[in-house]
Design a protein around this ligand. Structure first.
Ligand code: F6R
Length: 613
């Protein structure tokens, strides 16, 4: 979950690291640090100031001497050890020459720690990562060069890592390695870079390469070479990177969350572009699973986490209704450990914005191991999930920076519903005319989302009116249920207020006991087929004193009888409503958070990409 960066050969080593860390803060910001190396000297600075860690680090670095040949930097999201300066990376070996940064978890760190301590190594942190520095020191003391020392060390390490190592005795070299946690290498004439995420080095490097699991890379000013754990040379695959830096900037908005909410109409257009041929066939360019294989599917399992799991839940309704296939949706971290059944014909779909969420990657690996065909629905091109799957559908939402996912959700729903239509087409469970009509409605969703964005003030006014509320229940039925879950998740993430999502029908089975004056119930009431049922749910909570907010369709006059506040949206084909109805809920959460003075882009305790279990 941490962010890492490294550079060798740059005339602006320190500035490159600090700028990169500023762009990596969304991966974690409990602390930040750099280690810079020139012949015979390793200079380190660290700071642990919560969301201000990188800014504090910059101040610390004002005292840095010049002339460094290489350097590494780290932003931390704490897993082992409190978020304090002594636990901040880089960690040094006993000599002070070797410095390491690490993203991931070393599972056997306790055993390694005890062995190394018995050999006389002195530890200064309570992190799992520090063992790496001392392990490498052991091999360096035996005269091995840095690359070989890292390779030997990794042979005994269990767990996940993206790591980078510098040593004052080899100042023109960085050694980096990866298992599970993401790592890319970048090159430009005279300098070589590494990072956990491309944006950190996007404006510095010209060509980018993916490091695969159990590969070790030696970076030098003139380029890099890579080996596997056995020491055999490997070639890194060049990545196609089509982002520019502007995509990573706020585009004139106060924060990334607003920017990303506003990008949703464009994102929908991009996700749907070129997906239907003239003859009506729904098509995915990147799809590596053949039509025959898709026809042979007998059961679909979707695995995902967080917001992506809510998008997956929407897909269940669409695939079952249109393609008449039985669909299961699982939380990725549960799927992996519950001995799942994979039969011939099971298609597993891993849904992930980042494509690096460890739970989702491990769930799809487990499914593959058991013989399933795996499709990734991912946003980040060439991400680990995308690379490992048999096929990938990219959501084309562009870089999402705000920790709270917004535009990725609508893109995921659109991509998954397209896949549902493709399955229906192949299985002939819908008439061609029905598919054509649904595709036309799907294409119109972007315009409807654009309409909701023009109503921002109305949605914000509702949030301001409810500014003092502390307890929220979100209700929905059918696809309104995952929409309600997503509305609740957005609110709790950015406001830190209590919010829960429920299917409307579950209300009487427990949650109703919690309804009293002061509680706010937000209902998604846009599906005509479910309208009466939701209205009676709302009557029940209103009778018990709750304040009622309803997401309702333009022209729905009945809603006023039960709702104190209405978030109006344009009417949409019911299966596509999550993409429209979520927008007022995103803006509602945002406005509540701003009213409470929260940092919407970087909510406490959360990180954008969860690369540890
Ligand atoms: C919610 C949020 C998280 C992510 C979850 C999965 O706003 O951002 O719940 O949705 O961590 O991340 P991805 O989609 O990258 O696998």
């Amino acid at each position: 979950m941490c962010g890492i960066i490294g550079v060798v050969g740059s005339p602006t080593t320190l500035e490159t690291l600090l700028e990169g860390l500023e762009r990596l803060e969304y991966r974690g910001y409990d602390s930040a640090g750099v280690a810079l190396v020139k012949a015979g000297q390793t200079w380190r600075a660290r700071a642990a100031s919560g969301t201000e860690s990188v800014a504090a680090l910059r101040q610390e670095c004002a005292a840095a001497p010049g002339g460094f040949q290489s350097g590494i930097g780290h932003t931390r999201w704490a897993t082992h050890g409190a978020p304090i300066t002594t636990n901040a990376h880089p960690h040094l070996d006993c000599s002070g020459n070797v410095a390491i940064i690490h993203n991931g978890i070393i599972e056997n760190h306790r055993d390694l720690h005890d062995e190394l301590e018995a050999k006389g190594h002195h530890f200064t942190s309570s992190t799992d990562s520090e063992v790496l520095a001392h392990l490498i020191e052991e091999w360096r003391a035996q005269g091995l060069e840095l690359l070989e020392s890292v390779r030997q060390s990794l042979l005994v390490v269990r767990g996940a890592f993206a790591l980078a190592v510098v040593d004052a005795q080899e100042p023109d070299v960085i050694v980096a390695a990866r298992r599970i946690s993401p790592l890319v290498v970048g090159t430009t004439p005279g300098a070589t870079y590494l990072a956990s995420d491309v944006p950190a080095i996007l404006d510095r490097a010209q060509a980018f390469y993916a490091v695969n699991d159990d590969e070790i890379v030696r970076l030098a000013p003139e380029g890099f070479r890579a080996i596997d754990l056995e020491g055999a040379p490997v070639r890194l695959r060049q990545l196609a990177i089509d982002w520019d830096l502007e995509t990573a900037e706020k585009g004139g908005y106060d924060d990334f969350m607003t920017k990303e909410i506003n990008e949703q109409p464009d994102v929908l257009r991009a996700t749907l572009l070129d997906r239907r041929r003239n003859d009506g066939t729904i098509t995915f360019d990147e799809m590596g699973v053949s039509d025959d294989e898709l026809r042979a599917v007998t059961r679909v399992v979707l695995v995902a986490a967080g917001t992506s799991h809510h998008a997956a839940q929407v897909a269940k309704y669409a695939i079952e209704r249109w393609a008449r296939l039985s669909v299961e949706v699982d939380i990725a971290s549960e799927y992996r450990y519950r001995d799942p059944i994979v039969e011939v014909g099971t298609l597993v779909i891993g849904v992930s914005q980042s494509g690096e969420t460890i739970d989702t990657i491990q769930a799809t690996r487990e499914a593959k191991r058991r013989g399933a065909r795996v499709i990734a629905v991912a946003n980040v091109v060439d991400s680990s999930l995308a690379r490992e799957a048999d096929a990938v559908i990219y959501t084309r939402a562009g870089l999402e920076v705000s920790v709270a996912s917004t535009k990725a959700f609508v893109a995921q729903v659109a991509a998954l519903e397209l896949l549902a239509l493709r399955l229906a087409q192949l299985r002939q469970t819908l008439e061609p005319a029905e598919i054509a009509a649904l595709f036309t409605s799907l294409n119109a969703v972007g315009e409807k989302v654009a309409t909701t964005l023009t109503r921002r003030d109305q949605y914000e006014a509702v949030a301001h009116a409810l500014g003092g509320a502390r307890d929220f229940f979100f209700l929905g039925r059918h696809v309104g249920f995952p929409t309600a879950l997503e509305g609740a998740l957005k609110l709790k993430e950015v406001t830190y207020l209590h919010a829960e999502g429920y299917p409307g029908g579950e209300l009487k089975h427990g949650p109703l006991a919690l309804i009293e004056p002061g509680v706010v119930v937000v209902a998604v009431a846009t599906d005509p087929a479910m309208h009466d049922k939701i209205l009676s749910n709302l009557a029940e909570v209103k009778a018990r004193g709750a304040s009622v907010v309803a997401v309702a369709t333009d022209g729905d006059e009945t809603i006023g009888a039960v709702a104190d506040f209405v978030l109006r949206v344009p009417a949409t084909e019911p299966m596509f409503t999550p993409m429209v109805d979520v927008v007022p809920l995103q803006i509602f959460a945002y406005a509540m958070a701003r009213g409470l003075g929260r940092n919407v882009d970087r909510p406490r305790n959360l990180a954008k990409t969860v690369t540890v279990e």
